[in-house]
Design a protein around this ligand. Structure first.
Ligand code: CAO
Length: 579
């Protein structure tokens, strides 16, 4: 298992860890590298986790020291003897290995021999079935390598199930490890004669199967031969079903302080520091999860002590598919982001479930999409709208004659149009190929409208060709249509930039989310009278708080600064709007 490379000058020994005998499996996959270079490790700490199609194996460190580096990547396929990691053995260990190289050899080979024993025993004992009738077989617990009984923590089959040879029947657990007990035969489950919580040992009955064809002659379980370990030759290939059981049994037998077993099923003893290694699941569940691309860290286990069951994985997958199909899927997960756990709120008090409107669902999905896709920056400033408001209020009488109500929003939209013209960077979108920018030579401004059914954004077209009266009339028309649910799709398309005004509602400021594929949005809060220093004294001025969020992929901070400064200038002195 180890190749040494001692550098006596600096008293450091680099040991190369290689893949031990795999008890029959030709290749295994590296599924978890839980340490970082430099991390210190103790003897028997798991260095990494390998997995065959039958078992998950912790590869423990044979000595204390520090990880130098992994020689493989997660996902790599390795075979017996392949170098997988280098560890820098601590001084004491170095001294030991230098003084007694044979001892190192013995320690490192021991698990290999034991794996070979396990393999041979597995061959001797499998299949362990006793005939119950011509087409019925009682499936027994194979040799678990110990006289002790261990707890049955999960029954993975149900009466009526069609089970294939190798499918997991039950899961046993000692205080050291768990192991999946696979079926030694294919067939239909007629009766399950055990229940969770039972204590089982070698030869105990598990389930009665109806098997296809003639039932084989009963096989009497042989006792485990007690030959000295060193006499055991390394068996070529383990029986496909029994070998992992033996490997797991080795783990069950391991008492604290004994040499670590490389073929131990690791699930019950999360030894790696990574989240994945902390997951409480057996090899079969891990295998299914990997096949389906499910991160077990995201799956809640419903088995005893939170163990993840096959059903938990399939329920998780169903939930992900369901979320994907729903319009609001992006609001509840996706993009590789951990899903917010579902909570049963009724446990805390009375609740009722309110269906989301179509607009609410679309808004949720759009917000999530934009929030995740757009690197946002928000810049803040106040515009002095004292003069603007005085002018606007002066329009009231004429507005009444025209039947038009002029609010600050009309001036904001007019000013945004002018600022977009002066700062064309904000009137662009990123091309879908991510390689180009689309410059728009039209200027349509969207306006967020708060409606009982949710948020909608009608678009006022060609704002630079319209005056305040026209824009005001259009604001009233579109806001009314929005509230009545009468906006046509075309009236909500083609925006270059969005205004979100919460001025009538209140607040000092907020950070709006860019309405992609637009690259900028202005959030406006409630104007307030504030003392402003004019160089000689504080004077009361009406300040309008503004927040400009932009897509930093398309807009630089300098562009944003210029846009905002320009906007402030236009609103602070609306005579510039006429230029
Ligand atoms: N500060 C102080 N008062 C303001 C103001 C501001 N920034 N903006 C508007 N007001 C005043 C108006 O002047 C008006 O008062 P008067 O009648 O005395 O002049 C009053 O608030 C009500 O205005 P309004 O809401 O009827 O009309 P509006 O043009 O200001 O706004 C609209 C229209 C559609 C933008 C608005 O109704 C609306 O829906 N806003 C919510 C937008 C929203 O939800 N944004 C959040 C989206 S999530 O990012």
């Amino acid at each position: 298992m180890i190749a040494e490379n001692t550098n006596k000058g600096i008293n450091v020994t680099i040991q190369t860890i290689v893949v031990p005998d795999l008890g029959g499996a030709e290749t295994v996959e590296v599924i978890e590298l839980g340490l970082n270079p430099g991390d210190s490790i103790e003897v028997e700490d798991a260095l990494l986790v390998l997995e065959s199609d039958k078992a998950t194996m912790d590869i423990p460190s044979p000595a204390a020291g520090a990880l130098v580096k992994y020689l493989v990547a997660e996902g790599a396929t390795v075979r017996v003897g392949d170098a997988i990691a280098e560890i820098d053995v601590a001084d004491e260990a170095t001294a030991e290995t230098e003084a007694e190289p044979e001892e190192v050899e013995q320690v490192t080979n021991e698990p290999l021999v034991e794996a070979a024993v396990a393999t041979e025993q597995a061959q001797e004992q499998a299949p362990q079935v006793a005939a119950a009738s011509s087409a019925e077989q009682m499936i027994l617990v194979p040799d678990i390598g110990s006289d002790d009984k261990v707890e049955l923590i999960e029954v993975c089959i149900a009466v009526g199930d069609e089970v294939n040879e190798g499918d997991t029947l039950i899961v046993l657990e000692s205080d050291k490890a768990t192991m999946d007990v696979p079926s030694t035969h294919s067939g239909k489950v007629l009766e399950i004669v055990v229940a969770e919580g039972a204590k089982l040992g070698t030869g105990d009955a598990v389930a009665l199967f109806e098997v296809a064809g003639d039932a084989p002659a009963p096989v009497v379980a042989k006792p485990v031969t007690d030959k000295p370990v060193a006499d055991k030759p390394v068996a070529p290939a383990a029986a496909p079903v029994a070998a992992p059981i033996e490997a797991a049994a080795d783990a069950i037998q391991s008492a604290p302080g004994q040499p670590a077993q490389p073929a131990a099923v690791a699930a019950a003893e999360p030894a790696l520091s990574s989240d994945a290694a902390q997951v409480y699941a057996g090899p079969a569940v891990r295998l299914i999860a990997r096949e389906l691309g499910v991160a077990l860290t995201e799956v809640s286990g419903t088995g005893p002590r939170g163990r993840i069951l096959k059903d938990d994985v399939s329920n998780y997958v169903k939930q992900v598919i369901k979320n994907k199909d729903a319009p609001a899927a992006a609001a509840t997960g996706g993009s590789g982001i951990p899903v917010v756990p579902a909570v049963d709120f009724s446990q805390f008090g009375q609740i009722e479930e309110l269906p989301m409107s179509k607009i609410q669902k679309l808004t949720a999905a759009n917000m999530q999409r934009n929030w995740l896709n757009v690197p946002h920056v928000t810049q803040f400033d106040d515009a002095d709208i004292t003069d603007l408001e005085a002018f606007r209020k002066g329009l009231k009488a004429e507005g009444e004659k025209r039947g038009v109500r002029v609010t600050p929003v009309a001036f904001l939209i007019k000013a945004i149009g002018a600022a977009l013209e002066a700062n064309p960077e904000f009137n662009r979108s990123l091309a879908a190929d991510g390689q180009n920018l689309i410059q728009k030579h039209y200027c349509h401004v969207g306006m967020a409208v708060d409606t009982p059914r949710g948020l909608v954004v009608p678009v006022i077209r060609d704002v630079n060709e319209k005056g305040i009266w026209d824009i005001s009339a259009e604001i009233s028309l579109l806001a009314g249509k929005a509230r009545d649910g009468k906006l046509k799709p075309a009236e909500m398309q083609g925006g270059c930039f969005t205004l979100s005004s919460l001025g009538a509602i209140g607040g000092n400021g907020f950070t709006p989310i860019v309405n992609a594929p637009e690259v900028g949005i202005l959030g406006v809060s409630k104007s307030q009278m504030k003392p402003v220093w004019d160089g000689a004294e504080f004077v009361p001025r009406l300040l309008l708080p503004m927040a400009l969020s932009y897509d930093h992929r398309a807009i630089n901070g300098g562009d944003a600064g210029r846009f905002m400064t320009h906007l402030v200038k236009l609103l602070s002195d609306i005579r510039y709007l006429a230029l």
